[in-house]
Each structure stands twice: as C-alpha cells, then as structure tokens.
Design a protein around this ligand. Structure first.
Ligand code: NI
Length: 185
C-alpha cells in the first residue's frame, strides 16, 4: 500500500521515535508499505516519521547505486529499534535530498563510519559497522528517528537562502510526483 509522505513542517517529523515491542502488529506489512512508498517516490531510504509514525523503524534500498559502489549492491534492509552507538570523528560533505523536503538538495557533513545496533524484519539483533555512502544514508534516515532533518545540519547562511522554499513546502506548495501530506492547519 502506498502511503502519503509527510512534508517538512509536520510536527511528527520532529518527534523522537520509540522502540517498538516484539508484538507490534503487522510489522512485515508496514515494512512492505514503506518500501513500496519509497520506490514510488524514487527514494533510497524512508523513516517511519515520514509516514506519520513515531516508531523506531527505517528502510533503505541502495541497489540503484550498486554499479557505482559495490557496498550498495543488494543493500536492502529494514532497521528496527535502530541505535547508532558510535560515529567516527572524520566527516565527509556530500549533497543530500529528502522525500519530505522535495526539490531541495544541500551539502551535509556526515561521519565516515558508524556502528549501529538494530533488529532486522525478523527481529534478529545485529551490531554492525558501516562506512562511506551506506553510512551516510543510514545517518540521514536515523536522524529522522531523532526528529532531525538534513536542513538542520547545513550552515545558517544556506538555511537562510532556502528559507522561502521551506516555507512553501510547509504550506504544501510542492510539485512532486508522489502523494504527500502537509502539516494540519
Ligand atoms: Ni529524509
């Protein structure tokens, strides 16, 4: 099922999400819906707040980048109850976008390497280290679970420059191919 993507300005995107319990209803269906919604919007990652949920769940599929970067090959994962427990000091700057902030791309610094603990869709526990582009995408989606959006991580000057575009998104004035949900008035 395709779900609407909540737009920048919606309060749910500012909530710190909570771990889910093992008896969470229809978890696999939810994960399928998240992937389906993400694919239709041409995204590579989606976090639960972006579909209006305060649950600590994110999905990522980096296979479109598999040709360029072998670590992205067949990288399709759901991260449940995800917690980043280490970040490297060294950072890299690269342009990012977000399905909740259509048509805006800005350079964002991210740690080169992270360690993350999470459950997969079968609720098996993992403790893994990721680097480079994979680590970047995980950090972007993970930020959503903490109520943080990538425009929070750009310079004050850059944010000033995109302020009017952000205001338009908050008002629901967006031009995108997928279904969106703006903040309630
Ligand atoms: Ni995003």
């Amino acid at each position: 099922m395709i779900l609407p993507v909540y737009l920048y300005g919606h309060p749910v995107l500012r909530k710190v999400t909570k771990d889910i319990s093992p008896d969470y209803p229809d978890l696999k269906q939810l994960i399928d819906n998240m992937f389906e919604t993400m694919y239709l919007a041409d995204g590579i990652g989606l976090a639960a707040p972006q579909i209006g949920l305060e649950d600590r769940i994110l999905v990522i599929d980096l296979s479109p980048y598999g040709e360029k970067d072998s670590s992205c090959k067949e990288f399709k994962k759901a991260f449940i109850n995800a917690h980043i427990i280490e970040k490297s000091e060294d950072e890299e700057i690269m342009e990012e976008g977000c399905l909740s902030i259509p048509n805006i791309h800005e350079k964002v610094p991210r740690a080169n390497r992270i360690r993350i603990q999470y459950l997969d869709e079968n609720l098996q526990a993992h403790d893994e280290i990721y680097e480079g582009y994979v680590a970047r995408v995980i950090q972007h989606e993970y930020d959503h679970l903490e109520g943080i959006m990538f425009v929070d991580r750009i310079s004050g000057m850059r944010k000033q420059l995109i302020r009017s575009k952000l205001n338009k998104i908050m008002a629901g004035q967006v031009n995108c191919s997928y279904k969106v949900k703006r903040q309630a008035k």
